[in-house]
Design a protein. Sequence first.
Lengths: 117, 115
Amino acid sequence: GAVVSQHPSWVICKSGTSVKIECRSLDFQATTMFWYRQFPKQSLMLMATSNEGSKATYEQGVEKDKFLINHASLTLSTLTVTSAHPEDSSFYICSAPHGYGGTDTQYFGPGTRLTVL
Amino acid sequence: AQSVTQPDIHITVSEGASLELRCNYSYGATPYLFWYVQSPGQGLQLLLKYFSGDTLVQGIKGFEAEFKRSQSSFNLRKPSVHWSDAAEYFCAVGPDTGTASKLTFGTGTRLQVTL
């Protein structure tokens, strides 16, 4: 159980276009999901917390108008990279918490590799 | 603020040898501690976690980790490494709220296994 999927797994786009990445919890509901960004050979950096039915919470230094997050249902969060530029090329990973007895574990999606030309 | 340090960027071990990956954390209270593994181009898979109780935690794939409060450490061990264990390993810490919370990751340790 506790499977998180992402779509697409990789995407190549032209500079200036927008790209939407989906994150789904397949066998559980998640009122909160997290979006991370990972540069090559580096650690994961939390970008934002996606909250079902309300606005996302962004980490310091992350442009909310650049990275639009929508958490429209208990199993789906989307990250839209607007007007993408080459510096936005990265590996984007989402996670969702799931657990019992008050202790949650973060389950991660397989990631989406974005390349902006 | 919470932080995680993985002092070893890259480790190479021979197949069949034992392995220990170091992780030190900084947190004001009792942390929730995790080890994740990431294969190239893949997401993160949970190896094991520590919330409370027995300080020696068993995980998947034959891994274990020991929480040592006095040393602020949560080192990952495996008695005999397999070639398929080659990957990136991340230690992470979360607050002990018991609810959905943000994780802080270490910079990772890349494990190479020689045959």
